[in-house]
Design a protein around this ligand. Structure first.
Ligand code: ATP
Ligand code: MG
Length: 571
């Protein structure tokens, strides 16, 4: 069974155990942290969060929620001032909240610990465990060795404690230029783990920081800052993605050498990969900066804010994260599973409405032209509490162009000359003629209706195979509708062949804009965030680009579920 197949068999309502939940249960049993469970979600504010982050958020905040004395901190890992922006800090908080999680009072910034981290570095120097090194990047690379060859000691490795303390203080004071000096941990240049070959723990960066301003010109490296931030916050379980497995010895080394009070346990899990998309912040930033998408919140982006705008619900994303589970081995999840999970939620919660995307005018010849009526329509057959609404009907309506064919192929049960169909919630109509333009294209269809079929049913129970959605022309509201497809055509756009960039796999048809769509009038007041099912078309939601003059709707996902097909193929 593949990871995605296994996932779909597990229901989200009963959280399945996983190796992380087991570790925590065992620690609680042994009273390892006096009943405490403290996790953290530590984003670097250098981009918007994506669905991979949602997996980490659900895991970390989920664990906190599941445990009586559980807390989860939101910590901005803001140690690299050159790439970080306040816009990202704000969007990250909004996204975590929207997903349904709460850090309570536990909002932290690694930059708040800069002074403490500096003092810890001084302590390492005093212990003879760190030194100031003058090698430049190129030289450092040469000295580092390779996977098969040990590295060489830096000629600066044996500087005295006094000299190191003096140089480090002067680094802080701004006496040296970027790249001139770094502080390195003194570990082992012949370690088989390259991360342990005297890694750099501080570098000079003369950049303005979004919180500390120009106070600092030396900044701690991730591996050094992360373990200390965890320790300062008294995290019990530091859960991160698999690529940090090789960094764990360094995480532990720093905390052991400094003999800190709290030494959290780092646990790694496999990051989420999804087909037809990229989840690297570098690549997503590139798509934004180079204008391949309209921004971080473009509804085709796998960002949480893009998915929200597209019409994804927090429950759908949480259910998805629960379904895919947590494992130690990398795998790729089919985007069809994400869409399947979305439909499950929308099917229960979306209001059913009618909207015609490619309108064709239908004139009902025997319906009085001055008559109007309001027909009853159910809002959600899955949820009686959603109630009913009235839909106006009149002589001229719109139907979908695809729902009419002058010369119907075999098996076409929609409208064609002489054929009778049902209008949803309304009447049976029969096509009696067409109007054409000079090019011979059908521009309007003439029909008659049977007044005895109000509500869409006939007393004689005659067979009517097709049921069409429609909108009264007089009452319709105009809208632009944006249809989306996967951002990438290739299943795995990260699999770059030589000389071929992932961007060449972008799907040229990922966005299709329809204008002049006709929607039932109840949609004139659609609020943002309300999911709708346009009957027979899919799920839709209002886009924030909408104005009083112009409504814009996004198609969240089409009705047709491709997941069953994917699942069958995998078996
Ligand atoms: P990128 O590698 O794309 O730059 P990142 O991992 O550096 O992303 P961070 O802001 O450091 O981004 O991520 C915050 C947390 O989210 C980390 O703990 C990281 O392990 C986790 N995370 C990031 N991407 C994924 C993913 N695809 N699946 C699961 N967790 C992820
Ligand atoms: Mg990172």
């Amino acid at each position: 069974m593949t990871a995605t197949e296994k996932a779909v068999n597990e229901t989200p309502s009963t959280p399945a155990s996983n190796f992380i939940r087991e570790i925590i249960a065992e620690d609680l049993k042994n009273n390892k942290h006096n009943g405490r469970v403290a996790t953290r979600f530590p984003p670097e504010p250098n981009g918007y969060l994506h669905i991979g982050h949602a997996k980490s958020i659900c895991l970390n905040f989920g664990i906190a929620k599941e445990n009586q004395m559980g807390v989860c901190h939101l910590r901005f890992d803001d140690t690299n001032p050159s790439k970080e922006e306040v816009e990202y800090v704000d969007s990250i908080q909004e996204d975590v909240k929207w997903l349904g999680f709460d850090w309570q009072t536990h909002l932290y910034y690694a930059s708040d610990y800069f002074e403490q981290m500096y003092q810890y570095a001084v302590e390492l120097i005093k212990l003879g465990k760190a030194f100031v090194c003058d090698l430049n990047q190129q030289q450092m690379r040469e000295y580092r060795g390779t996977l098969t060859e040990p590295g060489k000691n830096s000629p600066y490795r044996d500087r005295s404690v006094e000299e190191n303390l003096d140089l480090f203080e002067r680094m802080r004071a701004g006496e040296f230029e970027e790249g001139q000096k770094v502080l390195r941990a003194k570990i082992d240049m012949s370690s088989p783990n390259l991360n342990m070959r005297d890694p750099v723990i501080y570098r000079i960066l003369k950049a303005h920081h979004h919180r500390t301003g120009d106070k600092w010109c030396i900044y701690p490296m991730y591996d050094y800052a992360h373990c200390l931030s965890d320790s300062i916050e008294k995290i019990t379980h530091s859960i991160c993605t698999l690529e940090f497995e090789d960094h764990r010895p360094l995480y532990d080394w720093v905390l052991d050498e400094l003999n800190v009070e709290c030494h959290p346990q780092q646990i790694e899990f496999a990051r989420l990969n999804i087909s037809h998309t990229v989840l690297s912040k570098r690549k997503l930033l590139e798509l934004v900066k180079q204008g391949y998408v309209s921004g971080w919140t473009d509804p085709r982006m796998p960002t949480i804010s893009g998915l929200r705008r597209r019409g994804y619900t927090p429950a759908a994303l949480r259910n998805f994260c629960e379904k895919i589970g947590v494992a130690k081995r990398e795998s790729m999840v089919e985007i069809a599973l994400l869409e399947h999970t979305l439909r499950e939620d929308l099917n229960l919660n979306a209001l059913r409405v009618m909207g015609v995307l490619n309108p064709l005018k239908v004139i009902i010849d025997n319906y009085p032209d001055d008559q109007e009526e309001e027909l009853d329509a159910v809002n959600n057959p899955e949820n009686a509490e959603a109630g009913n609404r009235k839909v106006p009907f009149s002589q001229v309506i719109y139907i979908e162009q695809d729902d009419f064919k002058e010369e119907p192929p075999k098996g076409f049960f929609r409208l064609s000359p002489g054929k009778e169909v049902r209008l949803k919630h309304a009447y049976y109509i029969t096509c009696v003629g067409v109007e054409k333009n000079d090019q011979g294209e059908v521009v309007a269809v003439h029909c008659t209706y049977d007044p005895e079929t109000k509500g869409g049913w006939s007393k004689d129970q005659r067979m009517v195979k097709g049921t069409l959605h429609w909108v009264s022309a007089k009452h319709a509201v105009d809208a632009e509708v944006r249809l989306y497809d996967h951002l990438f055509s290739k299943t795995n756009p990260n699999e770059e062949k030589e000389g071929v960039d992932y961007k060449s796999y972008l799907n040229p048809n990922s966005l299709q804009v329809l204008t002049g769509c006709k929607l039932e009038p109840s949609l004139a007041n659609a609020p943002l965030g309300q999911p709708y099912q346009f009957l027979r078309q899919g799920y839709f939601c209002l886009d924030p680009d909408s104005t009083a003059e112009k409504l814009v709707f996004n198609r969240t996902v089409a009705l047709k579920d491709t997941w069953a097909k994917v699942e069958k193929k995998g078996k």
